[in-house]
Design a protein around this ligand. Sequence first.
Ligand code: NAD
Length: 392
Amino acid sequence: MQETKVAVIGLGKAGLPLAAVIADSGFEVIGIDLDPKKCEKINSGINPIPEEIGLDELVEEHGGKNLKAYPDYEKARDCQAYIIIVPLYIDETNNPDFSILESACRNVGRLIKKGDLISVETTLPPLTMEKLVKKWIEEESGMKLGEFYLAYSPERIMTGYSISRLREFPKIVGGVDEESGKRGFEFYKKFVPNLNLVSNARTAEFIKVIEGCYRDVNVALANELYKIAEELGIDFYEAREFANHEYCHIHLPSTGVGGHCIPVYPWFLIKEMEKREKFEHARLLRTARELNDEMIHYWAARIISECLNIKKPLSDVKICIKGISFRDGVKELYHSRNLALAEYLKAKGLNVFVYDELFSKEEIEDLGFNYDEPEKADVVFHSYDLRIERKD
Ligand SMILES: NC(=O)c1ccc[n+]([C@@H]2O[C@H](COP(=O)([O-])OP(=O)(O)OC[C@H]3O[C@@H](n4cnc5c(N)ncnc54)[C@H](O)[C@@H]3O)[C@@H](O)[C@H]2O)c1
């Protein structure tokens, strides 16, 4: 067993796989999560995120043994390393809402002792570590940075494949000061095979955010090129296949970009530049965000134009949106553009119902939609492969 006892704060889709992998590397791990039922399950060896490949086995092997979960922060008092991986959302104005992160950091600040290491893995707007996290921990602990160490190492998993990503994907770490960077590196090196130390925490924060920005902008480009190809009578997918090569990576078109990550991260930079009145620095990021969000209007128009070919009054044409998750195979509705498309058509007074293999009839009805089999529809929109099927 490794000497360092590790606390992982937040046992969600990102935190639990991380805690399990650390436990599997021979550490004693204390997981803290506000959800007592989730903690109970983990302690009984039951994986609360069954869709995560390889996690069942790890939770069964370590849960309740060298991975123990509690809703009470006090249980993590004798740890030497604290990893914080709680969510950070944006509010209605697209500004980051730091309340959950602040609460987790202040709780950890009350536990730490001289020499402890705190690492945050939540994706953050650059400079959050040095401006906010450091202040919260210092205020609660009564210590100054240098008495404790503060590093940032963004989580770079992909839901569903977290275990393999944690074991194989390059990880980065940066310190709020030089010594914190070194300590962070030494700590992660014990269980991360492919680790890189970068100059500082703000660089590490930026690296994670710009990965998301790259994806968002490139999806916006794919969406724009898709619309142009359709207009010109060109098969976009054929064109894309032959256009892509070593230096050209045209992404896939979609109904927009959903989930907790990619549609959120560009706002971290857009809003920071707005605060500094450097509006022109983030023009492309903002345009890409708008373009992706507006894709539901494009698809709504295409669906309606298909409905107009059916010999029934428009309001009687049954439309099925098949697939409402933000991504195929992931049961997650946060910022789902497929759900937004269904809502948009419904608000237009159209006869829409929803079908999704991952959701029960009750779950779909709780979202305010009718549920039925796609076979019952006149027009089916297959959200994930952007196919409109008309049944005359
Ligand atoms: N899920 C991903 O694919 C992914 C990928 C990369 C990075 N991340 C990062 O990880 C962060 C967390 O994402 P997630 O998908 O695990 O979220 P999640 O919603 O699945 O889980 C969050 C967990 O944190 C717990 N929690 C909330 N407030 C808490 C508090 N104050 N103290 C302790 N526990 C608390 C919740 O009960 C929940 O179990 C994201 O904000 C993102 O920055 C996630």
